[in-house]
Write a protein that binds this ligand. Structure first.
Ligand code: CMC
Length: 436
């Protein structure tokens, strides 16, 4: 298209500026030359919560929120969920292409090889109280890994980076399973190199006295699919945390711990836990109209609904609904699915939700499956964090290799006091302290 430019007239000076448009964006730095006068800093954009700011270029995940499209490296999420293993998708996200048979075999072997954790990490985990939140345990132990692998600080070296990527992906299920067993007071189970990623995780979670854990095939496949669906979601809160913290060239373990912190929040990955608590509280279909009324009055949120980017049905929620049927055929039907389906039916026919384009997101149905599999609500977000580690690492690698990226350091619009002189305490008038 010709004339991909924007012409701006500054009404303060009557000066006109022509700014290039590239892929539907203008560069914020191009606005800096728009000045009211010689000493002026130049125009900035003000965008709290990054509602309309592209912070990077990325070739990893494509998302069209209006059409409900999600693709990893160009492949529709539906095709990947149907045909791939989680580690195959992890390879795709990190390398840009699906692996050949040989590459996949080597990749699987590499991940398996690194799934053990240092014995001292177990001791470290023993220090947590039995009711410590699993996301707190995961965040702290991932951060602690930075002290076990001091070489990881060398983030400029691609070989070193790759080693940490493999270590982190390999160790996440082990740490997650140990957190699970620690809370139950059960002995930790070592990784089994003969098992797939999901089956090995199940082995470390649920093996008791049997010499070899045999996972249920349907549940193992369901877990793989859930992992695939959660693997990346472009510039969400935790991926942005990964990029921002990583931009200071901190090591990847400390950086991933920051992402885990971001994920734990109830507006992000922590929503899956909140959905279950909400369904428990609603209790039966009879209570749904009263609950919806509270949501519409602004007293509550319908957790698992709404999304910053999706203004249509979240394609991941559609796949998760199918997986739920397969899981319930094995575990028995979780009765909360009926409350969730009725909530969805009522919400999707209600003007409040229709006008705001609020649809179920990935977290609405996932917890019901996790509960049917035997997880407690506080463990759900960990199940999000294991696969999302791959997305964080892919985003981190891309950020470090992008010559345009620098340390993340936003600007602000200062609204505080003008310069004023210090007064001794005896001469200060009483004022309501601000910001506490
Ligand atoms: N229940 C009721 N009203 C809602 C909800 C909800 N779940 N979500 C948004 N709204 C309303 C909101 O009150 C606002 O109404 P109004 O225009 O009258 O002020 C309008 O919809 C727009 O919402 P917003 O808060 O401006 O949207 P946002 O893009 O800032 O927030 C969100 C996105 C996901 C944080 C929000 O939808 C939400 O809090 N949802 C519930 C938590 C949740 O399910 N989070 C998981 C997100 S998907 C997975 C992930 O990211 O980890």
């Amino acid at each position: 298209m010709d004339n991909q430019t924007l012409t701006i007239t500054d009404n303060r000076t009557q000066q006109t500026y022509t700014i290039p448009i590239w892929r539907g964006t203008i560069r914020a730095m191009d606005l800096r030359r728009i000045k009211a006068g010689a000493g002026d800093f130049g125009l900035m954009t003000y965008d709290p919560a990054f509602m309309n700011t592209a912070s990077c270029q990325s070739a990893i995940t494509y998302l069209d929120g209006d059409k409900g499209i999600l693709r990893y490296r160009g492949y529709p999420i539906e095709q990947l969920a149907e045909n791939c293993t989680f580690l195959e998708v992890a390879y795709l996200l990190l390398h840009g292409e699906l692996p050949t048979e040989e590459e996949l075999a080597y990749w699987n072997c590499e991940i398996t090889h690194h799934s053990m954790i240092h014995e001292n990490v177990k001791k470290f985990m023993d220090g947590f109280h039995h009711d410590a939140h699993p996301m707190g345990i995961l965040m702290s132990t991932v951060a602690a890994l930075s002290t076990f692998y001091p070489d990881a600080r060398n983030v400029a070296d691609p070989k070193c980076r790759r080693k940490q990527v493999v270590r982190l992906i390999a160790k996440m299920p082990t740490l997650a399973a140990y957190a699970f067993r620690h809370r139950l007071g059960l002995p930790y189970i070592y990784p089994d190199p003969e098992l797939s990623y999901a089956k090995n995780y199940m082995n470390m979670l649920w093996r008791r006295t049997e010499p070899k854990y045999v996972a249920n095939e349907v549940l193992a496949r369901a877990l793989e699919v859930l992992f695939i669906l959660h693997a990346d979601h472009e510039q969400n809160c935790s991926a942005s945390a990964m990029r921002a913290v990583g931009s200071s060239t901190a090591d990847p373990y400390s950086t991933a711990a920051a992402s885990i912190a971001a994920l734990s929040g109830p507006l992000h990955g922590g929503a899956n836990e909140e959905v279950l608590r909400m369904l428990d509280e609603i209790g039966s279909n009879d209570n749904i109209p009263g609950f919806i009324a509270q949501v519409k009055e602004g007293k509550r949120k319908l957790m698992g609904f709404g999304h910053r980017v999706y203004k249509n049905y979240d394609p991941r929620a559609r796949i998760i609904k199918q997986v739920a049927g397969e899981v319930f055929a094995v575990t028995g039907r979780n009765p909360k699915i009926d409350i969730a389906l009725e909530l969805e039916r009522i919400a999707l026919s209600d003007d409040y939700f229709i006008t705001r384009k609020l649809y179920p997101n990935v977290d609405f149905y996932s917890g019901i499956i996790y509960e049917a599999m035997g997880f407690k609500p506080e463990e759900f977000t960990v199940l999000f964090g294991i696969p999302r580690t791959v997305g964080w690492l892919a985003q981190w690698q891309e950020m470090l290799q992008d010559p345009e990226q620098k340390i993340a350091r936003p600007r602000q619009v200062y609204t505080g006091e003008d310069c004023r002189d210090f007064a001794p305490a005896a001469l200060r008038g009483q004022k309501e302290p601000a910001g506490i």
